[in-house]
Design a protein around this ligand. Structure first.
Ligand code: ATP
Ligand code: MG
Length: 335
């Protein structure tokens, strides 16, 4: 059973219930209020360094060398076999929402499409990437980039870092797969970074291949973004089957943190949508449904500008929904 403590509603489909009132003003307000407070506090350490160019990177390097660190961040994989379901959009906006609460967040772009990299930093900035790092060609401190990028110097920093991807990851993936016990490479590479972060969000490609397997082996939990349509549901089922295999063979600590329906549009809810939500509830239980994200063009607009949505339109539905999702995820992970 999914280890999820956050349900969106009890009677009718939980997703519909949540998405119908995504404003859930109390949650959003709480998030934004506590965001202000705690960001100002906790984030300040990392902020100071990030303005210096490669800040926290030095900070990370020194923390990574601290022996015997016991801190254990939540490592959350965003995965679904199906493409275009909102994995990347959820990774970066969840990351920003956690960061505004003062959590130190690392986004790891595991997709050769490099969409998370482009959406946070625009293209062409990354010298060293996640593939170089996993192959042992560069240390983490040289690959990790603090947000905002040099390209957006007007943005106040968040305690948000990225391990960027590049299209050459497509070739590197095969090289990685041929290494002995490759499934554990990412887990081993992330371990020394643990004291530097509260959350690591792993943005997976739309496949059940080596990068997704490595992510599930490294993760403490996974979230499955999903569209309320059949193929997306099929992708969810295949992904959870893969995760079950990873749990039994490699990573017994892995648990499903929840399923999040994205691009939800209450106005066009139809029978098929209802069927998918009910089928999801039936298979995974209502508690597995996290609050839905409404369809909102703000998300694509923000990605084109290299910004999380909360820096483009903090009053948008998308930002309210991702703040509500953040609260639900925090509750699910704590439960
Ligand atoms: N809630 C939303 N409202 C409107 N558009 C959205 C929403 N979520 C995602 N999108 C858009 O849908 C498209 C696909 O989203 P995204 O890239 O996050 O999916 P993905 O699952 O990461 O895709 P891939 O499998 O290719 O990596 C993007 O153009 C994104 O801007
Ligand atoms: Mg993606």
């Amino acid at each position: 059973m999914p280890a999820v403590s956050q349900s969106s509603s009890s009677g009718s489909p939980a997703v519909a219930g949540n998405a119908g009132k995504p404003g859930k003003s109390s949650t959003a307000d709480k998030a934004s209020k506590s965001g202000k407070g705690s960001t100002a506090g906790k984030a300040s350490k990392s902020d100071k360094s990030s303005t210096a160019g490669k800040p926290s990177v030095a900070d990370i390097a020194s923390k990574a060398e601290e022996p015997g660190g016991t801190a254990r961040p939540h490592i959350v994989a965003l995965a679904n076999f199906k493409g275009g379901v909102g994995k990347t959009t959820t990774a970066i906006n969840l990351a920003a929402s956690l960061a505004e609460l003062g959590h130190r967040v690392l986004v790891v772009d595991l997709d050769a499409q490099a969409n998370a990299t482009a959406a946070l930093f625009l293209r062409g900035f990354a010298t060293h990437t996640v593939g170089d790092w996993l192959l042992g060609q560069v240390p983490a401190a040289e690959a990790i980039r603090p947000w905002p990028a040099e390209a957006a110097p007007d943005q106040a920093p968040l305690p948000l870092h990225l391990l960027p991807a590049h299209v050459r990851l497509a070739d590197q993936e095969e090289e990685l797969r041929q290494r002995p016990a490759y499934e554990h490479l990412l887990a081993r590479a992330l371990a020394p970074l643990a004291p530097a972060y509260d959350f690591m969000l792993l943005d997976c490609p739309p496949s059940l291949g080596p990068m997704t397997r490595m992510a599930l082996c490294a993760a403490t939990a996974y979230v499955v973004p999903c569209l309320a349509e059949k193929f997306s549901f099929d992708g969810l089922r295949l992904l959870t089957q893969l995760a079950a295999g990873v749990t039994s063979r490699h990573n017994p600590a892995l648990r499903l943190a929840g399923i999040v329906f994205t691009q939800y549009h209450p106005g066009v809810r139809n029978n098929l949508h209802q069927d998918v939500v009910l089928a999801t509830e039936h298979v995974y239980g209502p508690a597995a449904l996290l609050p839905a994200i409404r369809k909102d063009v703000t998300l694509a607009q923000a990605q084109r500008r290299g910004l999380p949505a909360l820096r483009l339109r903090p009053d948008s539905n998308a930002v309210a929904d991702y703040r509500a999702l953040t609260q639900a995820l925090l509750a699910a992970l704590a439960g």
